[in-house]
Every structure is written in structure tokens, then in C-alpha cells.
Design a protein around this ligand. Sequence first.
Ligand code: 5AD
Ligand code: SF4
Length: 469
Amino acid sequence: MNEFVKIEDREAVPASANARKVFVKTYGCQMNVYDSQRMADALGADGYVETASPDDADMVLLNTCHIREKAAEKVYSELGRLRKLRDMRRADGREMLIGVAGCVAQAEGEEIIRRAPVVDFVIGPQTYHRLPQVVSRARGGDKVVETDYAIEDKFEKLPERDEKQVRARGVTAFLTVQEGCDKFCTFCVVPYTRGAEVSRPVSQIVAEARRLAEAGVREVTLLGQNVNAWHGEGPDGGEWGLGRLLRELAEIDGLDRLRYTTSHPRDMDDDLIEAHRDLGALMPYLHLPVQSGSDRILKAMNRKHTADDYRRLVDRIRAARPDIALSGDFIVGFPGETDADFEDTMRLIRDVGYAQTFSFKYSPRPGTPGADMGDQVAEDVKSARLLSLQALLDQQQAAFMNGLCGRTLPVLLEKPGREPGQLVGRSPWLQPVVCDENVGKIGDIVDVRISKVSANSLIADNREVEQTA
Ligand code: 5AD
Ligand code: SF4
């Protein structure tokens, strides 16, 4: 999944004085961000309101990530800090319930309570609709571990999204359409923590997208670990793929921008590529991880395509939508990776040219085939490769950003900026754009001229402003 895009802490909906408060902390991918919101909604129906700090929380819920080792270790250190906070609250005669959700919860289950007895409940991603019952048992003093793969549909059982909450969260939203993965790349825990691939039905997705639009959302990002493998029965009785779904969503009034993530190269079908050609609402940005540019390593990773298959695919996508920017994920130091394999990855990166990327040292995940492969790469070799890979990727990102300087871009205004008098929006290619507040109001899409580029954002001047929506 498109991971570890910096997740900004969500703004909590203001708490009323005597309601019970929950602080939800999210690690990892956007699907966890979406799940955290849905859990907050489910707890809201149970009388909890969100708070922005653990200090005044009656419940702290960590929504965790297991994709790499450090991610799980961070959770255990956070639990150590929370134990101290809970003990301080207890000394003041107050309680604090501590829950662990997400992929570490699914993978480690009871082990979490053994290693961190401060935890009251552990809940896996397939069972979030049971959260209110789990919390009520935990409040009664039970230690609860709920990590079944539930047979019932979690999305059907979760309460509908509350319009007030959606409004408070802003003009962009995530919408999970597919969850789980059947691909079994040999480095990846996702098929074990999120289970088999499940697609939500068209009717559910369209209804949720409409509710989001009615609550003022202008941009929706469809989420799935393998989002382009999404398929479902349409209202016409036929089998729909993601391209058809995007065409349907583009018809919804108010939804002016659509995105989807994360895609697998093998699931980019013709209809989806043509949707990029046909739909103005579909933003010209695609996260299409390739992981490695070496055929030998791609095979060992079980990616089921070659580096040239990927190059050809990128050519087809660019032919359909010439202004599309690509982002990707790369792993260095997969077992058996030689200098020559690594050079193949560097060559692929030079050939493709990325606007943004995420790159990682291989981290053996227990239970995955990669962890048991011989020929693990030494840590210092991984570090050196990551450094040179990131230097190249940083150069490409800077070149892409600099290329936007002087251009006029449509920007969706999202929130106030850091300085008074500023608003921050997003370009079609996802960069934050700092604008003068007189360009429009939050939720507007305005044309602004980019006059400066900083490391991670674009700065607009306020001349030649023209309202486009
Ligand atoms: N080690 C390093 N990186 C990993 N990823 C997934 N599993 C591992 C692992 N075991 C990376 C991949 C994936 C992204 C979400 O995280 O690049 O696309
Ligand atoms: Fe993991 Fe591969 Fe599935 Fe992506 S496609 S979630 S990397 S197993």
C-alpha cells in the first residue's frame, strides 16, 4: 500500500465537557487513517468524543502498523509512555483504557498483552465493527483479544459516517474500497495481517462517496492494499473494475477530484488506463510501486512481472495521460540482491523518472518467505544502497517540483496555513501549495501561479488568481 506518506495528526472534533474522550493515534498507511476515523465514528455512537491529546483521554487507541520492524517497536515504546500516563491518572482517581488496533494487533494478538500488560484490549482490522462490545467488556475489567477474521462485512456493520464528523475533518477524504491481498509478495506481511482480498460492493461505495460529497468533501482517495484489483457487481448486473467505478464516482456532484492508491502493476487494465485519459476528475498522479528493477529480485519477490513489463506499462499510462506523475515504493537489500541487481533498480528509476517515492531497507518479517531466505544482505550494505537510491530519488523529486515553478495550477484549498493570512491547498500532484488567503476559501479549487519551490511545498503568489470552481 502507499505507505508512510507523512500522516498529519487529524484534528479532533471538539469534545463536550462531560463526554468520555478517546485519543486515537494512527501509524502507517492511509488505510489506517480511514480505519481510525471509522473507529472514532463507531465509538462516537457509543458516547465517546475524540480528543487531540492523550493527557485528558479516558481511552487511548493505537492503530498500529506492522509493515517493518521499527513500526512495531514504536508501538511498544508508546505503550511504555502510556503506562506512566495511566498511572498518573490513576493516582488522581481517574481511569484510562488502552487499546491496540491495526496490523500489529492482528499479527501479535495476545502477545501484546503479555509484553505490555497495560493494554486492556487488542482488536484486529477485520473486527472494528465489534469495537463497542470489546470496549464495554474491557471497561468491565476483562482483557479482550479480538483478532478473528470476521465472516460478516465490517463495512456493512460499521455505523454510517456522521456528517458533522466528516465536515470537521475537511474537504478531502479517504474511502476504502478494497482490503487485503492475495498476491503474497515474499517480503510482505499484509496478506497475513489484512487477510484475503475483499472488494466492497459498488452500491456501498457510491453511497459513501455521495455522503462525503454532501458533507462538503471535494476530493476522495479510494484506498486498497491492491486497489486496482477492486472488482464488484455493478447496478447493471455486470462485473465492474476500478475504471468503471471511477467513471461512476466522477458523476457525483461536488466530487471534483478522485485519486486511488495503492496499485499493483499487474492489475492496471486497459479500462483503468483509459479512465486516466477520459476523466478530468481523476488526478494525474499514480502510485505504482515496482520495488526493484532487477528481474531476478522481482522473481524472488514474487511480483510476477519483469522490469521491462513495468517500463512498457508506464509508457502506456503516459500515452493515455501525458501529464501524469508517478510515485513508487522501493526496497533495497532484499535477500540475494547483488550490486548488479541494485544497479538495475537505479537504471529503472532513471528510465521512469518519479515525482515522489518511498524507499526502504528490507526488513525480514516473521512468517513471510523472505525472512527464511538465505543470503540476507548485510545492514551496512543496505544502508549504503538506500543512501544512493535516495540521493537519486531526491534529485528527481526536486526536478519535478522545480518544473512547476512559474506555472499556473489548480489548487484545492484545504486548511489555514501556519502563518496568519495563508491557506494551504494541494496541487494535482499532491504537493502542498501555500497561498495567500485572498485567493479563495477552503473547499474552492482556484488557479494560482507558483512563484517559489521549497523542499516539500510550493508557494503561490496571489496575482492572476482566477476562480475555476
Ligand atoms: N521490508 C521493507 N519494506 C517493505 N515494504 C513492505 N514490506 C516490507 C519489508 N518487509 C514496503 C514496500 C511496500 C511498502 C508499503 O512498504 O515497498 O510497497
Ligand atoms: Fe504486500 Fe505485495 Fe500485497 Fe502489496 S501486493 S500488499 S506488497 S503482498
